[in-house]
Design a protein around this ligand. Structure first.
Ligand SMILES: *Cc1c(COP(=O)(O)O)cnc(C)c1O
Length: 287
């Protein structure tokens, strides 16, 4: 069995953006294929003896960041990886790129069908996006790194991160009762995100605080203001992901006055996913 070298703890960097100072927790630097919050959420598998299993099974979109991290984990645990998705478009099949390409290179088998309803004993199922209670194990390590940094630097911060399933934000808040965790919903509305929180933790007093952007964004659609803020962030020195982070930063800007402390923004990785999002943006808004 191989082991994956991941770089922990990840650094915290100062970042000045539009004349405001932020701290960025660089979880994008864990490992290129095992990156960001997916590395944290899947840590429970990374750390575990999986030799009783033959295969990992998961499902979701054909460019998912979770898919890439699971494919890498499967490769290094010497397990097969079957991934179920509703559809892979013809362009992607003919020109593999981004997470899809790297996941295939890591040995993933992709099926355009619905997920099997039953699994064998030697098949390990990972829910879409790593929405699972066990994700708390890796996110606790992230929370402990943040606490240690706060202590060493004598800081009290407000934490901000954009959410998909909300798993990362939820377990961060649960593990950091002395700090406030703020998030925004990027894939559904606030009601969807609240439901996701309740699915993992019934005690709503431990849920993160949900902020809203003034406009409703549809997941994975292209918006000029998202591309603009992404470019500006990059020019300021850090590349962020193109699906979640632009909505995160827009929400942060619009809600600036509600924070009581300096902000620690969690960079949740996903940069290889930009290989598919960036050409879409460039075709639409450049030239
Ligand atoms: C998966 C992902 C998210 C969403 O994480 P959740 O734990 O599902 O809320 C946010 N940002 C990036 C870059 C991601 O890859």
């Amino acid at each position: 069995m191989h082991s994956i070298e991941i770089n922990l703890p990840t650094p915290v960097e100062e970042f000045v953006f539009q004349d405001t100072k932020y701290f960025i927790k660089r979880d994008d630097l864990t490992h290129p294929f095992f990156s960001g919050n997916k590395a944290r959420k899947l840590y429970y598998l990374f750390d575990k003896d999986l030799s009783n299993y033959k295969k990992i099974i998961s499902h979701g979109s054909s460019q998912s960041n979770a898919m890439l991290s699971i494919s890498y984990l499967a490769k290094y645990k010497e397990l097969n990886f079957d991934y179920y998705t509703s559809h892979v478009n013809d362009f992607l099949k003919q020109n593999p790129h981004g997470n899809y390409k790297y996941s295939l290179e890591n040995g993933m088998k992709i099926y355009e069908k619905s997920l099997p309803t039953k699994f064998d004993e030697d098949e390990l199922f990972v829910p879409e996006g790593g929405y699972i209670i066990d994700a708390k194990i890796g996110i606790k390590i992230l929370a402990d790194e943040i606490l240690k940094w706060c202590e060493e630097n004598k800081k009290v911060v407000d934490i901000f991160l954009p959410s998909g399933t909300g798993t990362t934000a939820l377990f961060l808040q649960k593990n950091l009762p002395s700090l406030k965790v703020y998030t925004t919903s990027c894939v559904g509305g606030s009601e969807y995100l609240k439901k996701e929180f309740f699915g993992l933790c019934e005690d709503y007093t431990q849920h993160p605080t949900i902020l809203k952007a003034s406009k409703k964004y549809h997941f994975a659609k292209l918006y000029p203001e998202c591309f603009e803020i992404w470019q500006e962030l990059k020019l300021s020195g850090i590349e962020f992901d193109l699906l979640y982070d632009p909505i995160g930063w827009i929400t942060l800007k619009e809600n600036k006055t509600i924070f009581n402390h300096e902000i620690l923004y969690i960079h949740q990785g996903g940069l290889l996913g930009n290989e598919s999002m960036l050409p879409r943006y460039e075709r639409k808004y450049l030239n």
